[in-house]
Design a protein around this ligand. Structure first.
Ligand SMILES: Nc1nc2c(ncn2[C@@H]2O[C@H](COP(=O)(O)OP(=O)(O)OP(=O)(O)O)[C@@H](O)[C@H]2O)c(=O)[nH]1
Ligand SMILES: [Mg+2]
Length: 440
């Protein structure tokens, strides 16, 4: 028997658990043959893209489940291959049984994102669209979901392609100057060109910034509690999540490693992170803990600087520059805050917690309309493009030869090509699909 060029994948496309229906997907050269085995119905009796009800049987002929079957013929399918969706009754026992049968009939279990990877490799979907699909599934706000859908339908691609065209136009002007050195760019033309280049850099930077702010609404926000030992950070975390998650004690230096807990503030899922109190720690374990606190601070979307009458904020503490902060004065039952820029709470008895959560909500970015980029990867490649465009503007102003300016613009164009997945798509596929769920 000749081996198929690639295995036929099988996986549940719906999450485990009981539900009305559960979908099992098969994709690859044997998908229809496996369907024949499961139903005993010849392939010629199935019509692509037409749903029909069939009894699925095991290898002894015993009925397993009655399913709605939806077969597709490649290339007109999600993966570009032959693909079959089996809509079973939503019981994990049935799902596992059907997957087990498909495996005995020659299918291979699909890794996370394996179906979408095939879609990308078959050219059915581009890289920015696959990233948008992950965002669409992860989005925690309706606006974030609708933006992700827009990107899935090509918004990032359209946007990046038109920035790419802006670059091509600028390059054409410069190349004219390179090809006809007897007609150099005049100072006025140089000034006008530098302005256009600046404008493009601003657009790229602005879009990267918006993508970064919007991402909070896709994956939730990370809030890190930072402060001197004994300020009551652990007490505050417990209060915000409503359970005794972190150990609280009157002994300074209680928390050594960071502690995470999930909660919701407003409508936003939030990951709260309690950290070791900041001080010149006597022991090496606590010193490591303090270093970890700083590491956590650098990854925050919002930093809560926690202080208390007996644990003032360490003014010398360096803070990550671009991260938003909120000052929280705990133990206000003992003494009020020294200045009005502190939000007064008493974490132990719950005083002021509502005002604090309101303030947190206000500090987090609002979901914006019209965000063209999604993933961190897209944001970062866009920033790289912006840096090269800025370097080009500087070179123009410094009267550098047009070749130098053109080279920077070409590097920017390469960054946009990476964003679009035109070059080096394999480098990002593994990382991207590790975030996917099985069956997607
Ligand atoms: N009076 C008063 N005491 C509090 C309040 N919140 C916490 N405490 C007390 O302050 C002490 C320290 O609390 P923790 O939550 O362990 O402080 P921490 O900031 O996590 O301390 P480290 O883990 O050592 O950095 C405990 O004895 C708490 O009971 C409060 O609102 N009012
Ligand atoms: Mg603590």
């Amino acid at each position: 028997m000749s081996r198929p060029s690639r295995p036929t994948l099988v996986a549940a496309a719906t999450p485990p658990g009981r539900s009305a229906i559960a979908v099992v997907r098969l994709s690859g050269p044997d998908a229809w043959a496996i369907l024949e085995r499961l139903t005993g119905r010849d392939a010629s009796r199935w019509t692509p893209r037409t749903a029909s009800v069939a009894l699925l049987r095991d290898d002894t002929g015993a009925p397993v489940d009655e399913a709605l079957v939806l077969p597709f013929r490649g290339p007109n399918s999600y993966t570009g291959e032959d693909l079959v969706e089996l809509h079973l009754h939503g019981n994990p026992v049935l799902v596992n049984r059907v997957i087990g049968l498909a495996l005995t009939y020659g299918a291979t279990p699909a890794d996370a994102g394996a179906f979408t990877r095939r879609a990308v490799l078959a050219g059915r979907m581009g890289l920015p669209e696959a990233e948008a699909l992950a965002d669409l599934i992860d989005a925690v706000h309706p606006l974030a979901a609708s933006q992700a859908l827009g990107r899935l339908r090509g918004a990032s691609r359209t946007w990046a392609e038109s920035r790419r065209r802006d670059l091509t136009e600028l390059l054409a002007q410069l190349e004219a100057a390179v090809d006809f050195p007897e007609e150099p760019i005049s100072p006025e033309q140089g000034t006008a060109l530098a302005l256009r280049v600046d404008e493009l850099a601003n657009r790229l930077d602005d879009e990267a910034r918006r993508a970064s702010a919007a991402r909070v609404w896709t994956r939730g926000a990370r809030l890190v509690l930072l402060g001197a030992p004994n300020a009551g950070k652990s007490t505050l975390l417990n209060r915000l999540v409503g359970e005794q998650r972190a150990i609280v004690s009157q002994e300074p230096g209680t928390t050594r490693d960071w502690v995470e807990a999930a909660t919701t503030i407003g409508r936003l899922p939030v990951q709260l992170v309690d950290t070791a109190g900041l001080r010149d720690a006597p022991g090496s374990v606590e010193r490591e803990g303090v270093e970890r606190s700083r590491g956590q601070a650098a990854e925050a979307d919002l930093l809560l600087l926690v202080a208390a009458p007996d644990a003032p904020w360490p003014d010398a503490e360096p803070l990550p520059p671009s991260i938003t902060t909120l000052r929280v004065w705990n133990k206000s039952d003992v003494a009020p805050p020294p200045t009005p820029d502190w939000i007064a709470v008493a974490a132990r008895d719950g005083l002021g917690i509502e005002a604090l959560t309101d303030a947190i909500e206000q500090r987090l970015p609002l979901p914006e309309d019209q965000v063209q980029l999604g993933s961190l990867r897209q944001e970062q490649t866009c920033r790289v493009a912006a840096e090269h465009v800025r370097a080009a503007a500087m070179a123009i102003r410094a009267d550098a030869p047009p070749e130098i300016v053109a080279e920077e613009l070409r590097l920017a164009a390469r960054a946009l090509d990476r964003l679009l997945g035109i070059i080096d798509p394999e480098d990002v596929l593994d990382e991207l699909f590790s975030r996917f769920c099985i069956g997607k």
